[in-house]
Design a protein around this ligand. Structure first.
Ligand code: ZN
Length: 293
């Protein structure tokens, strides 16, 4: 397994397997065709020796490095990783290897012994423990609250399992539950910018019976700092309430759900960060004022 072609292939294959382990749902698989047949016993070389992921115990670190620990069997086996930071957390994947083609290659002195080589094979993720959890920043959890966090995880899990219709429903519920927060936040920005007309309009909108109508007004007044490159997350949220959406397939809904996921995460994270930063600033200024007086 040492020549350049093989080592290049291995680099790509290990990245793909890392993605399978970290981000993909169960029963998803990757097919491999090495540049030349590899020994049957070498199939697991595509399993990465290290992973970068969150650790529930290592709360302060964003992500930690996890090292490959052991494999129980060759074809259907447990593959474990341990967090190198706390040396406590472990995570185990169950993988099934299926060979697509076997070639007998002479080896040993005089080539008398036949070695079994794989021409192609696939690896399928059939188990994961502890269960996969949607990656959720602490900032987002603070902004969404407990119910919002639970809905966000359900939405992300549905999306990951290919259930786009369900994912859209969960994300819409988050928006409905936070619609008043969204309006208040947009109204505050308008007031801070001295736009009294907009501020009045948004206040009037909060009396509106329908979440869709309230969201529409909010989207029209999204502050510039929440529209990176002109992309308006509130506009994306508003469009998720449009008619005709319920006729979409799971695949089509998944596209909508992905946009919602990104927009919800962006809007609420930036909002929460701004709020915390503003609070810290106000506190520092008050302290400084008390000291100088
Ligand atoms: Zn750890």
């Amino acid at each position: 397994m040492l020549d350049q072609d093989l080592s290049n292939w291995l680099d790509v294959a290990r990245r793909d397997v890392a993605d399978l382990l970290l981000n993909k749902g169960l029963y998803q698989r990757i097919d491999f065709t090495p540049p030349r047949p590899i020994r049957l016993s070498d199939w697991a070389a595509v399993i990465p020796p290290r992973l970068q992921r969150d650790c529930a115990l290592c709360d302060d670190a964003e992500q930690t490095t996890w090292s490959y620990e052991f494999v129980t069997t060759n074809m259907l086996g447990m593959h474990s990783y341990k967090c190198m930071n706390c040396e406590t957390s472990t995570t185990t994947f169950m993988l099934a290897m299926t060979s697509g083609g076997i070639k007998e290659v002479p080896s040993g002195p005089g080539g008398g012994i036949l070695d079994r080589h794989l021409t192609n094979y696939s690896i399928e993720k059939v188990g994961q423990y502890p269960a996969w959890e949607a990656p959720l920043s602490r900032t987002l959890v603070k902004a969404l609250g407990r119910d919002g966090k639970s809905l966000f995880i359900k939405g992300s899990s549905s999306l990951r399992a290919g259930r786009g219709i369900g994912a859209v429903a969960y994300f819409r519920r988050i928006i409905e539950n936070h619609i008043d927060d969204i309006l208040r936040m947009v109204a505050e920005s308008a007031a801070a910018a001295g736009d009294t007309a907009a501020s009045e309009q948004i206040k009037a909108a909060s009396q509106n019976l329908y979440a869709t109508d309230r969201l529409k007004i909010a989207a029209q007044h999204t502050p510039a700092h929440l529209k990176p490159g002109g992309h308006n997350p509130l506009e994306v949220m508003y469009s998720a309430f449009s008619e005709g959406l319920h006729s979409l397939s799971d695949e089509e809904s998944a596209v909508v759900a992905n946009r919602l996921l990104e927009s919800i995460a962006y809007f609420f994270e930036v909002w929460q960060e701004n709020k915390e930063r503003a609070d810290r600033y106000a506190l520092a200024i008050t302290k400084a004022a008390t000291k100088s007086s």
